[in-house]
Design a binder for this molecule. Structure first.
Ligand SMILES: C[S@@+](CC[C@H](N)C(=O)[O-])C[C@H]1O[C@@H](n2cnc3c(N)ncnc32)[C@H](O)[C@@H]1O
Length: 211
């Protein structure tokens, strides 16, 4: 047993208690070592259900938030998924471990460099770029799912435009203090919206985000 294996199992038990039922997702979160994605000083807290600092004033999201958003996204093996807000790279690796083809965008180039090192070190093929993810990644659209891991003032239209038919966009929307997790599902030219209360994220900064 590795030093953190027991802690990781406890994290999985907590996720199951909180209605995370997607087996493929639970397997991915039981496999990917979250402690590798947090700075040395926080490794001992890597499997607590809390967000942790990753540098540049940013955070790795709380495990329950990662699990909940990924479950809502309904990722299937082979799906093409766009993530906005690479941060540490943990969420992108969870999606890749579930068999998705992952494209991820990060505006902070230092964080992006760190995440890319992790992708290489762990052997995941994940496409990434630096820049403003609020405008999406048109070259690779449409996507079967889009997940935004920072809080936006409203739903960026370019991200809706880049959804495949039947695909979902999962994005926290609200003011800078508290957001509602918004799930937009494309149905031809229409979009169904569902809202889930009570999430807290760092701000999404960009052309279609906070200035
Ligand atoms: C909560 S953190 C991401 C957590 C990350 N998914 C992980 O697994 O570690 C949100 C990230 O979104 C990034 N971000 C904010 N606005 C952005 C934008 N317009 N485009 C791309 N990334 C953005 C921040 O720099 C930050 O790294």
């Amino acid at each position: 047993m590795g030093k953190f294996d027991f802690d990781r199992q406890e994290m999985i038990a907590l996720l199951k208690d909180r209605d995370i039922t997607n087996e493929c997702l639970l397997r991915a979160m039981a496999t990917v070592e979250r402690h590798l994605f947090v700075p040395e000083a926080f490794k001992n807290r890597a499997y607590e259900d809390s967000a942790l600092p990753i540098g540049s004033g940013q955070t790795i999201s709380q495990p329950y938030t990662v699990a909940f958003m990924t479950q809502v996204l309904q990722v299937k093996k082979g799906d093409k998924v766009l993530e906005v807000g690479t941060g540490s790279g943990y969420q992108a690796v969870i999606l890749a471990e579930m068999g998705a083809r992952v494209f991820t965008i990060e505006r902070d180039l230092d964080l992006l460099a760190g995440a890319r090192k992790m992708f290489d070190k762990l052997g995941y093929r994940i496409a990434s770029k630096g820049g403003d993810g609020t405008v999406g990644w048109t070259e690779f659209a449409p996507f079967d799912g889009i997940i935004v891991t920072a809080g936006a003032p409203n739903v960026p239209q370019p991200l809706l435009d880049q959804l495949a038919d039947g695909a979902r966009l999962v994005i926290p929307v609200g003011d800078l203090d508290i957001q509602t997790l918004t799930v937009c599902t494309r149905n031809g030219d229409k979009f169904d919206h569902r809202e889930i209360e009570g999430f807290k994220f760092v701000p999404l900064i960009g052309k279609m985000g906070w200035r």
